[in-house]
Write a protein that binds this ligand. Structure first.
Ligand code: SAM
Length: 327
């Protein structure tokens, strides 16, 4: 088992496959976009597989593919298939904006993937266009239908809650779970990087979101399964689906954080909010053995901070924006 200096077992790796995205969400990317990585700067699939395999030997059990938008990278299905068969890896899942899911859902399912998270912050087509700076909501809705048809379960919808933007839709999102077995997960809006607009007035805490949902019905806590991650899970009485609340600011989960992140350019981040990164791409490309690679990852884990200071005035925003880390 991979244990950090604060006795936390590290068993979850988020792999960002690309910094490219076909959307430009207002909370994720600066208005002018970001300067994109060159082809050579991005880890090849062989390099990702080598790192994942070393991580699995050390104790990583679950992998999530993210981005940018992971489905814009060619060959993602093949990579998912390889990871799914990798000794030690018990679960491979994907976080996507859903716009390309109609094309890829069947192949992902055939490759063995069962779980998927889809980001959708509004149910209104015009608002979707504004939040994503140009996206077409119909593609996401079709993608969700395709995922349902292919038998992905549970389908989790990630909603970043933002006052003045989508807080008027919180009840409507919650109502979706009454008839449908979906999980709607509200994420607190995070002030991650310097360039992306983040205004503290837009922030809505999970407890406020829950209060709004109590207008819809009685909200009962649900026992967490180990795949719900940091989300606190609830169910509206009699509902088919569930509601999750992810509260990195108001109720951070650093004490139980079990994750590390690999960026598309091969940097290992032991904390979402810390710019301290270990350059695994350089290590790999210097021709090291698997043993040295494992030792480098194990050593990196020792630098995982005890917690983040995102809610404190001393917090220094990250150099990378969320799309370049993977969320
Ligand atoms: N493109 C994929 C997607 O849209 O899901 C994967 C990458 S995206 C960076 C991963 C997740 O991070 C999404 O659910 C997104 O809503 C969330 N996210 C991005 N910026 C955020 C922010 N500032 N605060 C909270 N969540 C954020």
């Amino acid at each position: 088992m991979l244990i950090d200096n604060y006795h936390r077992p590290i068993s979850y790796l988020r792999i960002s496959l690309t910094d490219r995205c076909n959307l430009r969400c207002i909370y994720c990317m600066p208005h002018e976009g970001i300067s994109l990585l060159g082809h050579r700067d991005v880890l090849s699939f062989e390099e990702i597989e080598r790192i994942a395999s070393a991580a699995a030997r050390l104790g990583i059990r679950r992998v999530r593919l993210t981005g940018g938008e992971p489905l814009v990278r060619k060959g993602v299905i093949g990579l998912a298939g390889v990871l799914m068969k990798m000794p030690g890896i018990e679960d491979v899942s994907l976080t996507t904006n859903g716009t390309l899911l109609t094309e890829h859902a069947a192949a992902l399912r055939s490759a063995g993937m069962r779980r998927i998270n889809i980001s959708l912050d509004t149910l209104d087509a015009e608002k979707y266009k504004r939040i994503t700076r140009g996206g077409d909501i119909q593609k996401v809705l079709d993608g969700i239908s395709a995922a349902r048809r292919e038998g992905f379960s549970p389908i989790k919808i990630n909603v970043v809650a933002m006052r003045g933007i989508n807080d008027d839709e919180i009840e409507e999102f919650a109502r979706l779970t009454i008839e449908r077995p979906v999980h709607i997960r509200f994420i607190e809006f995070m002030p991650i990087d310097i360039a992306t607009d983040w205004d503290k007035d837009s922030f809505i805490s999970s407890s406020e979101t829950r209060e709004i949902i109590r207008r819809v019905g009685v909200l009962n806590p649900v026992d967490k399964c180990n795949k719900s991650g940091p989300a606190e899970m609830y169910r509206l009485e009699g509902a088919a689906g569930q509601l999750g609340f992810i509260s990195p600011l108001s109720n951070h989960f650093c004490d139980t954080c079990n994750r590390m992140r690999l960026t598309a350019d091969g940097k290992l981040r032991t904390c979402l909010f810390s710019d301290e990164e270990i350059d695994l791409k350089e290590v790999l490309r210097s021709g090291v053995t698997d043993q040295v690679l494992e030792e480098t990852i194990a050593e990196a884990i020792k630098s995982k901070p005890k917690g983040h200071s995102i809610s404190e005035p001393s917090f220094k925003k990250c150099r990378r924006n969320m799309s370049a880390i993977g969320g």
